[in-house]
Design a protein around this ligand. Structure first.
Ligand SMILES: [Zn+2]
Length: 150
């Protein structure tokens, strides 16, 4: 027998307690855990992302939250995966809690390029290499401000 469908609203980050928000931001060093841009280099405040969205029963807990820039968070939305033709294989996104960034991506002249299919899915949907984003990374790299020191 199937479980009943959840009926409560899928309001996103407003339900995250301030203390948990602060923990997630500090754990990330105020850097987007997807594109690695530091909060100081962004116009808009960082966001708290549900890695597995609430819509897909993701928890509001340390293990399912990531610090994200507005652009990555907006592009990701409630998605958790994408499909590549011609095989129509489903590939999940990079998970900052369980995956290592360097295993899925590398930097090349301001672009974030994939090493794996998980990386490829994430690069595509989060639109890492939109020209303005690449240009911003190139400029910040040239002055030693990207990627941020770990
Ligand atoms: Zn980002």
């Amino acid at each position: 027998m199937l479980k009943p469908v959840r009926t409560k609203s899928y309001r996103m980050s407003r339900s995250i307690p301030d203390k948990l928000r602060a923990f997630v931001a500090a754990r990330a060093g105020l850097c987007c855990e997807y594109c690695l841009m530091h909060q100081d280099q962004l116009i808009w405040s960082g966001q708290i992302d549900h890695i597995i969205s609430i819509k897909h029963n993701g928890a509001t807990s340390e293990g399912n939250l990531a610090y994200s820039c507005l652009t990555c968070n907006s592009n990701k939305g409630s998605d958790i995966a994408t499909i590549f033709p011609p095989e129509d294989t489903l590939y999940r996104f990079y998970n900052p809690r369980t995956d290592r960034w360097d295993e899925h991506f590398y930097l090349f002249e301001g672009q974030i390029l994939p090493k794996t299919e998980i990386g490829r899915a994430t690069v595509k949907i989060l639109d890492f290499n939109e020209p303005d984003r690449v240009l911003r990374r190139q400029i910040l790299t040239s002055v030693g401000k990207y990627p941020p020191a770990k």
